[in-house]
Design a protein around this ligand. Structure first.
Ligand code: S3P
Length: 428
């Protein structure tokens, strides 16, 4: 792997930029938007709720919002495809408008828990008209005309859950407070401030935060620059680490400290990753990452690091398979409710390619032996990150790795195959 690459815009920020722009009266411009299927579903949903959402150029978008509480009754159901972030954030945004909305998604999204979002929103006055068994999609809710501000401690470390409550709190009078005992990505808070809302965030306990939002702000139109997604950068980055002789620069990657658990872990494993030209862009820290092929060793990854690298475990597990010695990744319960049961899917991906991997409780243990045999066919279970992690494993393994379905890669990383090939990967 040689040269320079720029991965697409951050998925989390892209969803939030569209939703907050739709809640603002006036025109917001967004550049660098991730044009992956997940985000396109959110764009379509904001249109259906009455915002004007237009693509004005390459990754450049313009949104005319309707204001907090101003959503229109959509004509049909809102389909979020594969996207948990899109649907959970949109549920929060709709919670403060007098509309009745049905939310749905694909088979993967229909299997994921939504009750965690409905619980606080019902306290705020949302009426759940229908929800599928087990608190799943499809679900229909009636937003609250006068939402009630609440103080809510999230029972799971989830930025989506935190964000849903904060977005609902925009329409409520007074202060909405979210307490998280483990801090999660803070893009919603940062963007809310960028659009003129009053949000404060203070440390809470050892690893947590207490976030307070003043409701009913006049959100002001803003321009948003979406930085490159560190969760997408993770794939070419690990590919360069495990392929002998590689030296790759990945440009302008967001290095928000609540997203950099993978970099911390890989460095502990012995990875050569330098952050060059550190700078601020669009309210987020970014840097060019220079990665060189490295001899890796197994490590113990603490549970409290999970929120800062929650999407990176499949690709970390691949790095661990190329390391010497065992890697134990602790506290991965939430992985069971991602686009697939990612804990099982990751272990199965490794085993199909000659790597010893065990699940003990909520921990994943990978026995690294330098270089896996490969040669397996990996079931991706409608999960983009399992597909990309498996393909990266195949690049460095003794034998090529095949995935049963590469279609879902386009949900988060359109152009993955082309980008990887351009820097030297052999992918067909
Ligand atoms: C995201 C939060 C995480 C992450 C997801 C994006 C977000 O989910 O897995 O890909 O943008 O808020 P949880 O909040 O459910 O942990």
């Amino acid at each position: 792997m040689q040269g320079r690459a720029r991965v697409p815009g951050d998925k989390s920020i892209s969803h939030r930029a569209l939703i907050l722009a739709a809640l603002t009266v006036g025109e917001t411009t967004i550049s660098g938007l991730l044009e992956g299927e997940d985000v396109l579903h959110t764009a379509e949903a904001m249109r259906a709720l009455g915002a004007r959402v237009e693509r004005t150029g390459d990754h450049a978008w313009r949104v005319h919002g309707v204001g907090v509480g101003g959503f229109a009754q959509p004509a049909g159901l809102l389909d979020f495809g594969n996207s948990g972030t899109g649907v959970r954030l949109a549920i929060g945004a709709v919670a403060g408008a007098s509309v009745t909305v049905t939310f749905d998604g694909d088979a993967s999204l229909r299997s994921r828990p939504m009750q965690r979002v409905l619980d606080p929103l019902e306290k705020m006055g949302v009426r759940v008209i229908h929800v599928a068994d087990g608190g799943r999609l499809p679900l229909t809710l009636r937003g609250a005309a006068d939402p009630i501000p609440i103080v809510y401690e999230t029972p799971v470390a989830s930025a989506q859950l935190k964000s849903a409550v904060l977005l609902a709190g925009l329409a409520a009078p007074g202060e909405t407070t979210v307490i998280e005992t483990e801090a999660t990505r803070d893009h919603t808070e940062r963007l809310l401030k960028h659009f003129g809302a009053k949000v404060s965030s203070k440390p809470y306990g050892e690893h947590g935060r207490r976030i307070i939002l003043q409701g009913q702000p006049e959100l002001e139109p803003a321009s948003v620059l979406v930085p490159a997604d560190p969760s997408s950068a993770a794939f070419p980055l690990v590919a360069a680490l495990i392929m002998p002789g590689s030296e790759l620069i990945i440009d302008a990657v967001m290095t928000n400290p609540l997203r950099t658990g993978l970099l911390t872990t890989l460095r502990e494993m012995g990875a050569s990753i330098e952050a060059l030209e550190k700078r601020d862009d669009g309210g987020e820290e970014i840097a060019d990452l220079r990665v060189r092929a490295s001899a890796l060793k197994g490590v113990d990854v603490p549970a409290e690091r999970a929120p800062s690298m929650i999407d990176e475990y499949p690709i970390l597990a691949v790095a661990a398979a190329f390391a010497e010695g065992p890697t134990r990744m602790r506290g991965l319960k939430e992985l069971r409710v991602k686009e697939s049961d990612r804990l099982t899917a990751t272990a199965d991906m490794l085993r199909a390619n000659g790597v010893t991997a065990e699940i003990e409780g909520d921990d994943l243990i990978v026995q690294g032996k330098g270089r896996p045999a490969g040669g397996g066919e990996v079931k991706t279970h409608m999960d983009h990150r399992i597909a990309m992690a498996a393909l990266v494993m195949g690049l460095g393994a003794d034998n090529p790795v095949r995935v049963d379905d590469s279609g879902f890669i386009a949900t988060s990383f359109p152009g993955f195959v082309e980008l990887m090939r351009a820097v030297g990967a052999d992918l067909t």
